[in-house]
Structure formats: C-alpha cells, structure tokens
Design a protein around this ligand. Structure first.
Ligand code: IDP
Length: 135
C-alpha cells in the first residue's frame, strides 16, 4: 500500500489547524501511520527543500519552515501521494480550489500551511528523512 509524507507547516501549527487538517485526511479514508511535532533545524530544512536551493525565495523558505514547530505525518492509502496532493490543493492558495486545504485555509504562497510529497520517490525520501528507521 502506498504511503505519503504530509506536514502541517509552522503557520498552520500556530493557527491551530493541526486537528482540522488531520480530520480531512481521516475523513478521506487515509490511515495514519506516524505523526510527531518537530522543530526543523536549518540543515534539515535545506535538505528537505534542496530542489529549491537556487530559487530566489530559498532563504525565506528555510527561515519560514524553521520558525516554529511543524507537525509531520505519514499517511497510507491507495494512490496516497496523488490523493493527498488533491486534498491539499495547488501550491499557490490563490489558484487552489475551494474545498482543498490550501483553498480553504490559506491566502499566500509563502504561508500555504501544509506540505505533501510530490511523487512516490519524494515520499520515500521524505519519510526516511523525517522518520528514518521508525517505519
Ligand atoms: P508544493 O509545496 O506544492 O510541492 P513547491 O513548488 O515544491 O510546492 O514549493 C515548495 C514550497 O515553497 C511551497 O509550498 C511554498 O511554501 C514555497 N514557495 C513556492 N513558490 C514560492 C514563491 O514563489 N515564493 C515564496 N515561496 C514559495
């Protein structure tokens, strides 16, 4: 069965949205495999977002993701990666459909409250990075 990595980012944790986001995944039918509150340090942030290292917003992104606790989760289900991305919505909340997490809870791309792996390979890499050896 496929698994994906999902994380409520610091803005979502600060706004008290962990419960609402977990509920959406439960209601969709996913099974929760792992979850923990974590403080991401700069080296982990740079590893997690390494594909964006050359982007102009990289510094801002690392600063944002290390600005407070995040809530990391592993969810399991058929087509987990794609189904989770559909539930989360487009990267820019302005483009995200109403009914998606970003469409309903966020206004700007810098603070889009949730992360979801973009491929099965990324999911495996991210699960190992955040929960290494625990699954
Ligand atoms: P994703 O989170 O939907 O997979 P990515 O393109 O992988 O989107 O971007 C990673 C994260 O980087 C986004 O969730 C968002 O927080 C941030 N980001 C993406 N584009 C911009 C931008 O143009 N300005 C600031 N932050 C951005």
């Amino acid at each position: 069965m496929e698994r994906t990595f999902v994380m409520v980012k610091p803005d979502g944790v600060k706004r008290g949205l962990i419960g609402s986001i977990v509920a959406r995944f439960e209601h969709k039918g996913f099974k929760l495999i792992q979850a923990k509150l974590i403080e991401i340090d700069t080296p982990l942030a740079e590893r997690h977002y390494s594909e964006h290292a050359a982007k102009p917003f990289f510094g801002e992104l690392v600063e944002f993701i290390t600005s407070g606790p995040s809530f990391a989760m592993v969810w399991e289900g058929p087509g987990a990666v794609k189904n989770a991305r559909t539930l989360i919505g487009r990267t820019n909340p302005t483009d995200a459909d109403a009914g998606t997490i970003r469409g309903d809870y966020a206004l700007s791309v810098e603070s889009n409250i949730v992360h979801g792996s973009d491929s099965v390979e990324s999911a495996e890499r991210e699960i190992e990075m955040f929960f290494g050896g625990q699954l």
